[in-house]
Design a protein around this ligand. Structure first.
Ligand code: PLP
Length: 443
């Protein structure tokens, strides 16, 4: 096998897509049993409702309801759609919002790309932003324009500057993509005031907002409240917001069930786009998630899940503090899965990665979440899928790798960059539209 040269058979998009540096490192890590991976944004498998899913699946698979394994409507299992309306109402989103189920929010991002983006159109994003969004929009040949965040969220002044510049150059703005609740990768919570400003701005400038909210239910109640996670969509009067959410982090990501909430006219467009993507999301998965919600299991488990991640956040913050002291800073996560750290001066997290793997720890370098330049000292550390002991071990190993790297000095760093990690650097260097989703399955 492998005699045919496929180059001329591939689409331009496929030819120009590149392998993810992080995924490559993930392969290295997978070959080493003792690596602590702080890289993937996976939920804790102990948080999955195993017993409940087993019972529900067993009753669904008796064959009594022939539709459980049949094709279903593209927009989704109707009782689940009614449930989604209730979940959105609980989050403050007004009635009249329509919904379609999607196969994960990742499909929702892809559908947004299909429905809104022509090649060359501008997508405005936060800097940094979620790799899965960057990839989905980049693959649709969008021009990705990133906007700095301050302590409250994406800067409206910078957004307006970018919009004015891009429109003056004759470009169309497809939408603004934001993750206001415990952003992937920074863990940042956009303030309510900033959400209102963003909405007012989008209305005055006639821009759509794609609001991606997989983590909103996972606030840490020692530092945040449910009220602070109120979606931008909840105050949207004129159908400007497209709301994305998912059961991946609150039930289980292997049940690929998520949804889009939007004005009915847009949901029809998403429905048509979804028909060619997959006809419908898994009928069985949708029924399982529906039963989990209808039986009250979803709501009942949320406090436990919040508690689990809150504890892991605390353990990781303590570990970073005791291993690094003041030489490392981070954004205090008020929910979600991630600690976004800035390592000491002189560290480049892309170049450090092979050494970190040698020490038995894996993370995602900050460059993976950028489409342009970034602070090379940044990295995303996920505390969601690792035990307390693994967190302590992993952070200890990261500290040894950092010390060794600093001791080795700039010459050793540049030698490393020229050697083993050069591929990693080049493939993560600001390649717009390439497929470089780090640890990608499950962001
Ligand atoms: C911000 C964000 N959006 C979307 C997704 C995709 O989630 P899923 O496709 O499992 O719903 C993730 C996963 O990590 C994410 O962090």
């Amino acid at each position: 096998m492998g005699m045919t040269d496929y180059t001329r058979h591939l689409s331009t998009r496929s030819r120009t897509s590149r392998e993810s540096a992080i995924r490559r490192t993930g392969d290295i890590a997978a070959s080493r049993a003792d690596v602590v991976s702080l890289a993937p944004g996976f939920p804790d498998p102990d948080s999955f409702p195993w017993d409940e899913v087993r019972d529900i699946a067993a009753s669904l698979l008796t064959g009594g309801d022939r539709s459980a394994l049949q094709y279903g409507p593209t927009r989704g299992y109707p009782p689940l759609l009614a449930g989604l309306a209730e979940i959105m109402a609980d989050r403050g989103i007004r009635g009249g919002t329509s919904a379609t189920v999607t196969t994960g929010s990742q499909q929702a991002l892809d559908l947004c790309a299909r429905v809104f983006i022509d090649p060359g159109d501008v997508v405005l994003l936060e800097r940094p932003s979620y790799t899965g969004g960057i990839t989905a929009f980049g693959n649709a040949q969008a021009r990705l324009v990133c906007v700095q965040q301050d302590s409250e969220g994406p800067s409206v002044a910078h957004l307006d500057e970018a919009l004015t510049r891009e429109r003056a150059a004759g470009r169309r703005i497809a939408f603004l993509y934001v993750i206001p609740n415990f952003q992937n990768p920074t863990g940042m919570l956009t303030t309510l005031a900033r959400r209102h400003e963003l909405l007012a701005w989008s209305s005055s400038r006639d821009v759509l907002i794609v609001e991606d909210d997989p983590y909103g239910a996972l606030y840490f109640d020692d530092v945040a409240t449910a009220a602070e996670t109120r979606p931008i969509m909840a105050d949207d009067q004129d159908g400007r917001v497209v709301y994305l959410s998912s059961f991946s982090k609150t039930v289980a990501p292997g049940l690929r069930v998520a949804w889009i909430g939007a004005a009915p006219a847009l949901i029809s467009k998403f429905e048509v786009a979804k028909q060619t993507a997959d006809l419908c999301s898994s009928s069985l998965d949708q029924r399982i998630v529906y039963e989990i919600w209808k039986r009250g299991i979803f709501t009942k488990r949320l406090p436990l899940i919040r508690q689990c991640y809150r504890e892991r956040r605390t353990i990781m913050e303590q570990a970073v503090c005791s291993e690094f002291g003041a030489s490392v800073t981070w954004i205090e996560p008020k929910g979600g899965f991630f600690l976004w750290v800035t390592l000491p001066e002189g560290i480049d997290t892309d170049a450090l990665l092979p050494r970190a793997v040698d020490h038995g720890v894996l993370y995602v370098p900050g460059s993976a979440f950028h489409v342009d330049s970034c602070d090379p000292r940044t990295a995303r550390l996920a505390f969601s899928a690792v035990s307390h002991q693994e967190i302590r071990t992993g952070i200890g190993r990261l500290a040894s790798a950092v010390r060794e790297e600093l001791d080795a000095g700039p010459s050793a760093v540049s030698a490393m960059m020229a050697g083993s990690s050069s591929a990693a650097r080049s493939s993560s260097a600001g390649s717009k539209g390439s497929s470089r989703a780090p640890g990608s399955a499950g962001g």
